[in-house]
Structures are given as structure tokens and as C-alpha cells.
Design a protein around this ligand. Structure first.
Ligand SMILES: [Mg+2]
Length: 388
């Protein structure tokens, strides 16, 4: 084994490929259309020929603008130093929209830089983050809420595919002014999931004009407890920190949230004040792997459980899997059911094992490989993502 230090690998260009054409519904009141771009892939190219890949949960046009604005800061940087380079990008754009498009864009760049460091050193990102606690993790299948009869059918369909944990969210839940209809949805999902599989509930109160408040959340939490629901996610408007603290203290069901927060600094008051039992940062928005690792460890220090939310593309999921490997006690990862951006862009798609778990890739970097041919369905110029 050579003991020579790796020379720097310089960033030469960063390319963005917006995904659209088959964007899955989000359950939003202004529903996502298939032709909308809400996710973009990023490729960081280097003078060594290595290319790293990342993913951003934001409109591709914003990501393209973000990469352009950041260019004087990343051009020529050493691609083998993800945390330092990402922090440089954060610090030097503090006054230009921190937490928004630039933070989202940096998230994708950061994921790609970790991918490059892994490729250059021959190690999976999880090991580079400090060590491997797990070799597989249970994916929970994330599904949109439906009216009761259809809800049961949908959960049954994904159970038949091998999933052993489910989350149902958004859609009609909490939006019909009917506790009876909400309960009927939960009952149908629990019946279809079976008594021994996990079931989580996410009303999606970060939707525009969420109509309910604390009293609804408290009453609904009591109902959910009767169906052995594992957590109650985004049950209140995303800025209602006082009500979240109250809900957590009084709910019999664990309270989850945090997918809309970005930057580690934004998570601190929610942890200090005890707003959540489970925190769910999104690696494709919050600042990337560097930032999410720090958020997850900070949560661990507060005794708060961490579950990643990078479900939106195969690369977001790949980053979450590496983080799951590198942190103690991560037993779940989000997996959106039936999205072509997760199931349809890799050369070798993710496959559940016989017990419904996802193996965590052990090959260098993120351990997954984009397919140029498959991506041609979802982005006009997939070639920008690959070494020429
Ligand atoms: Mg959610």
C-alpha cells in the first residue's frame, strides 16, 4: 500500500441536470405537475477525470443560477476536501440568501464532493464519515394519502413488493374537516399494513394554508395512538415552535419534523427547546452530507432520534444510506414509493432484501452509478453529468 499523500484534485466545472417529465405528485394544494422541475442532479467534474454526483430538492433553474453565482468560490478548489469547500461556500454567501437556493445548491455540491473523495480513496462515504455502524437499513415506503378504500389498496400493493414500513401523508388527511374520514384513512392503512409492520403519519402541515392548529393535532395524536402509529410528522405549521413543544409533551405518539429546515444553525433552537422526538433533515436541502452529519450528531447529543429525508432521487437516498451507515441507531430511511427518479435512473436499481431492508452500498463514494440512457427520459442533456 502506498503511503504517498493524494495530490489535490481540482474542480473544473459543475453541471446541473434538472429532472422533469415524470415528477411524482407531492400532495401539495398547488399540485406538482409531471413537467415541473422540483429536483436537479449535480455533477462536479475534476481535472483528474473523476466526477462526483449530488442531488438538490429545488427547481433546476434555481440550481443552475446557484451554481453560477457560486462559481468564483468553487472553481479550482480541491475536490478532496468536501467539508472545507462547502463551508467556504456557506460563509461567503451568508448575506445572499442563506437557507434558500444557495444552501440547497451547496447541498448537491457537497454530496458530489463526498462522492469524489470516496472514489479517490477507494472507500464508501460512510467509512469516510468515521466508521460503519450498519450494513443495511429498513426503508419506509412513503405514500400519498388517499380516500379510505384506495388507501388500503395502495399500502397492500407496496407491502406485496416487500416493504415492511410505510408512511402515509398529505392528500385528504386533515383537509376535509372530518375526524371520522381521517380515522377511516388510518384504519384502512393499518389494516393493509398488518399489525407487525411500521406505520407513520404525515399530514404535511407545511402545505400552503394548512387549516388546522394545536387542538386538532392533540386530538389527532390521541386517535393515532389507537393504531400504533410510529410517529406524527409535520402536524403543525412549520414555524409554530411553541405549539410543537406543547404537542411533543402531550402527544402519546412521537412527534417528528424538520424537513423544511436548512442549515445546522436552524435546527439548534428546535433541539434546545425540545420540539421533536424525531428530526428529519433533508440532505438535498439542508447543506449536504457535511451539514446533515453535524445535525444528526447534534440530535443524538440531545437524545433526539434522526431519520433522513433525502427520498427525492436515487442520489438523495444514496447519501442518506451512507449517513445511516455512519451514525449509531439509525434504523430507518425514507423511500418514496413508485418514483422514477429513485427507481429509474441507476444502472443497478435499489433492491430490498428478503426482510425488506436496503443494503448500504460498500463500493467507493456513494456506491451507486447513474445511467445515461435511463436519464435521457427525464433531462434533455444527461451527458453533462458524465466524464466526456
Ligand atoms: Mg414529510
Amino acid at each position: 500500500m502506498t503511503k504517498a499523500a493524494l495530490p489535490p484534485i481540482r474542480i473544473t466545472r459543475i453541471e446541473v441536470a434538472p429532472l422533469f417529465g415524470e415528477s411524482p405528485k407531492g400532495g401539495w394544494s398547488a399540485e406538482i405537475k409531471p413537467e415541473d422541475s422540483i429536483h436537479a442532479l449535480i455533477a462536479v467534474h475534476t481535472d483528474a477525470g473523476l466526477v462526483g454526483h449530488g442531488s438538490v430538492f429545488t427547481d433546476g433553474r434555481l440550481v443552475q443560477a446557484g451554481v453560477q453565482v457560486l462559481e468564483p468560490l468553487w472553481r479550482g478548489e480541491n475536490a478532496l476536501e468536501p467539508e472545507r469547500v462547502s463551508e467556504k461556500l456557506h460563509q461567503n454567501t451568508f448575506w445572499m440568501g442563506r437557507g434558500g437556493t444557495l444552501t440547497h445548491t451547496i447541498s448537491g455540491i457537497d454530496i458530489a464532493l463526498w462522492d469524489i473523495l470516496g472514489q479517490a480513496t477507494g472507500m464508501p462515504v460512510g467509512r469516510l464519515l468515521g466508521g460503519t455502524y450498519a450494513t443495511r437499513v429498513l426503508p419506509y415506503c412513503s405514500l400519498l394519502m388517499e380516500e379510505p378504500a384506495l388507501m388500503g389498496e395502495v399500502v397492500a400493493q407496496y407491502r406485496a413488493q416487500g416493504f415492511r414500513a410505510f408512511k402515509i401523508g398529505w392528500g385528504p388527511f386533515g383537509r376535509r374537516d372530518s375526524y371520522a374520514n381521517d380515522e377511516a384513512i388510518i384504519r384502512a392503512a393499518r389494516d393493509a399494513a398488518g399489525p407487525n409492520n411500521k406505520l407513520f403519519v404525515d399530514p404535511g402541515a407545511s402545505d400552503a394554508n394548512w387549516p388546522n392548529g394545536l387542538k386538532w393535532a392533540l386530538r389527532t395524536a390521541d386517535m393515532l395512538a389507537n393504531y400504533d402509529i410510529g410517529w406524527f410528522e409535520e402536524a403543525l405549521r412549520p414555524d409554530a415552535i411553541d405549539d410543537f413543544c406543547h404537542l411533543r409533551r402531550h402527544s402519546p405518539v412521537p412527534i417528528a419534523g424538520g424537513e423544511v429546515l436548512t442549515r445546522r444553525q436552524a435546527f439548534l433552537p428546535w433541539l434546545q427547546r425540545g420540539a421533536f422526538d424525531i428530526i428529519q433533515p433533508d440532505v438535498t436541502k439542508c447543506g449536504g452530507i457535511s451539514e446533515q452529519r453535524r445535525i444528526a450528531w447534534m440530535a443524538d447529543d440531545f437524545g433526539v432520534k434522526y431519520v433522513g429525508h433525502g427520498w427525492n432521487t436515487a442520489l438523495g437516498l444514496a447519501a442518506d444510506l451512507q449517513l445511516a451507515a455512519a451514525l449509531p441507531n439509525v434504523d430507518l430511511v425514507e423511500y418514496i414509493g413508485g418514483s422514477p427518479y429513485v427507481d429509474g435512473i441507476l444502472e443497478t436499481p435499489f433492491v430490498l432484501d428478503s426482510e425488506g431492508y436496503l443494503p448500504i452500498p460498500e463500493s467507493p463514494g456513494l456506491g451507486v452509478h447513474l445511467s445515461r440512457e435511463k436519464l435521457a427520459r427525464f433531462t434533455p442533456d444527461p451527458g453533462v453529468l458524465f466524464a466526456s
